[in-house]
Design a protein around this ligand. Structure first.
Ligand code: SF4
Length: 279
C-alpha cells in the first residue's frame, strides 16, 4: 500500500499462539492507523480518538499490551483538551479513505480503538455518524466497529452511541467483583455488576474475554464458572476468547494454553448456550 497510511504489523487483539512472545505495542501516533489484518475484523482501518503521548483508560489490566495506565480515570478532565476534534477525525478519516481508493484497496472494517478506552471520547456519537457517512461514500462494504472495555456501558448515552455501530466488541474478563478488581484494576466508580447490567441492555454485542495465569488467574474452573454465569445473563451474540500474546504490563502474568482456551469455549457453548470462538 502507498500513500499516507502506514502499514503496521500490530493487530487489534492478541492473535493465536506465537512461537515466542512479542514486545509491547507502541502507542498509535495519529488518528488513523493501518489498515491492519485482524482475524476478527478482517482488514481493518483503525481510528484512535485518544492522546498519542499516553494511554487514556479507565482500566489498568495486568495483561495490557500497551503497558501500565499511568492515571486510571473515567473522567479525563483537562486531558480532554488533548483529544482531536470531530472535524479533525473526519478530515483524517476522509484522507485515509481517499488514499485507499486511489490504491484500489477494499477494507472490511473501520474500527474505533486506539490508545486506551474509546468511549471516554466525549463526542463519540458525532464521530460514529461521520465515520458511517464516509464509509457509505468510500467503502460501503466495511463495518464500523468499536473495541471497548465496557467501563462506561452503564451510561445510557454511551449505549445509544454504541447502538449506532455495526459491530460492538465489549471486554468482559471476570465473573466476580474481586476478580474484576484484581485483573482489570478499574477506576474506582466502575463495578462489575453495573457492567453486567449495562451489557444486558446493549443490543447485539460480542464479548471479548482474555484469560491469563500467573499472579492472577481467571482461567481456573471456579473463576470460569462464575464468569460463564454472567455471560449467560448478558447473552451476547458470541464470545471471543483469547489469552495475552504480547508482553504484559505485569511480567508475572502468563498466557494460558490453547487447550484451556478451547475448554473455556466449550463450557460457554454448553453451559451458557452462547457461541464462542478462540482467537
Ligand atoms: S482496557 Fe484495554 S487499553 Fe485499557 S488497560 Fe485494559 S487492555 Fe489496556
Amino acid at each position: 500500500m502507498t500513500g499516507t497510511i502506514a502499514k503496521s504489523r500490530e493487530s487489534f487483539e492478541p492473535p493465536g499462539q506465537p512461537s515466542r512472545p512479542l514486545g509491547k505495542i507502541a502507542l498509535q501516533r495519529g488518528i488513523i492507523y493501518g489498515p491492519v489484518p485482524s482475524r476478527r475484523l478482517g482488514l481493518s482501518l483503525g481510528i484512535n480518538l485518544l492522546p498519542t503521548d499516553h494511554k487514556l483508560c479507565s482500566f489498568n489490566c495486568l495483561y495490557c499490551q500497551y503497558g501500565w495506565t499511568k492515571s486510571v480515570t473515567l473522567a479525563p478532565g483537562e486531558r480532554l483538551k488533548k483529544l482531536p476534534s470531530v472535524d479533525a477525525v473526519e478530515g483524517a478519516l476522509e484522507t485515509a479513505l481517499t488514499v485507499l481508493g486511489h490504491d484500489h484497496m477494499t477494507i472490511d472494517s473501520m474500527t474505533i480503538c486506539g490508545n486506551g478506552e474509546p468511549t471516554l471520547y466525549p463526542a463519540l456519537v458525532e464521530v460514529i455518524g461521520a465515520a458511517k457517512k464516509l464509509r457509505d461514500r468510500y467503502q460501503p462494504q466495511a463495518r464500523v466497529a468499536i473495541l471497548s472495555n465496557s467501563s462506561t456501558i452503564g451510561n445510557p448515552a454511551v449505549r445509544a452511541a454504541l447502538d449506532l455501530l455495526d459491530l460492538k466488541i465489549m471486554k468482559f474478563d471476570a465473573g466476580s467483583e474481586a476478580m474484576f478488581r484484581q485483573l482489570n484494576h478499574p477506576a474506582a466508580p466502575v463495578y462489575m455488576g453495573e457492567i453486567v447490567a449495562g451489557l444486558k441492555q446493549l443490543k447485539d454485542c460480542y464479548l471479548q474475554s482474555c484469560f491469563v495465569h500467573g499472579r492472577v488467574t481467571n482461567a481456573d474452573p471456579d473463576s470460569v464458572g462464575m464468569w460463564i454465569e454472567k455471560v449467560r445473563e448478558t447473552h451476547p451474540l458470541a464470545v471471543h476468547i483469547y489469552s495475552r500474546d504480547r508482553e504484559p504490563a505485569d511480567k508475572r502474568i502468563e498466557r494460558v494454553s490453547l487447550t484451556t482456551l478451547q475448554w473455556i469455549a466449550n463450557e460457554v457453548r454448553w453451559r451458557a448456550g452462547v457461541q464462542a470462538e478462540v482467537f
